[in-house]
Design a binder for this molecule. Structure first.
Ligand code: HEC
Length: 134
């Protein structure tokens, strides 16, 4: 199939399908599977998204601290107060389309919010939640 036809089909499919996958999100799921994760669950991802962890200074932190509870809406960075564009791919087509960017932010944000790295299962569940039609 030539690239143009592929791109046209891909665009059409991404508008009609309720799942907003991209080559990068597919690659991320494969990577998480090689790390032992499986059966990714958007429902569990949704719970993790607002799961609060209390850090050593007694502060409550979660993904929603910066991204907000509804990933289809913009969030606000807890310390810089900068607007963060929506995280749901249904609301922001640029989200989760770059594996390196995903890796970088998962590492940084899991560490900031939960004081540890997220597991492959947690990342996969959250990715499923954000790439679903939520
Ligand atoms: C301290 C604020 C903050 C918290 C808390 C936070 N994030 Fe983020 N996150 C950001 C910022 C800033 C970006 C990059 C902004 C952008 O791309 O617009 C980002 C980007 C991301 C990305 C990359 C998106 C992409 O397009 O590839 C992922 C994935 C992500 N965050 C996941 C999480 C998860 C999971 C949690 C909870 C464990 C979390 N974030 C908590 C600030 C935060």
């Amino acid at each position: 199939m030539n690239l143009r036809i592929f791109l046209i089909l891909y665009t059409l499919l991404s508008f009609t399908s309720p799942i907003f996958a991209s080559p990068a999100s597919d690659a991320a799921f494969s990577q998480f599977k090689t790390e032992g994760a499986s059966n990714f669950s958007a429902e569990h991802g949704k719970l993790l998204w607002s799961d609060e962890v209390i850090n050593k200074d007694g502060e409550k932190r979660s993904c929603t601290t910066c991204h907000g509870p509804d990933p289809r809406k913009s969030g606000m960075h807890a310390t810089t107060k900068k607007v963060i564009e929506p995280m749901a791919v249904s609301a922001n087509a640029e989200r989760l389309t770059d594996l390196k960017k995903m890796d970088k932010w998962f590492k940084r944000n899991c560490d900031w919010a939960w004081g540890r790295e997220c597991t492959a299962q947690e990342k996969g569940d959250i990715l499923k939640f954000l790439t679903g039609s939520n």
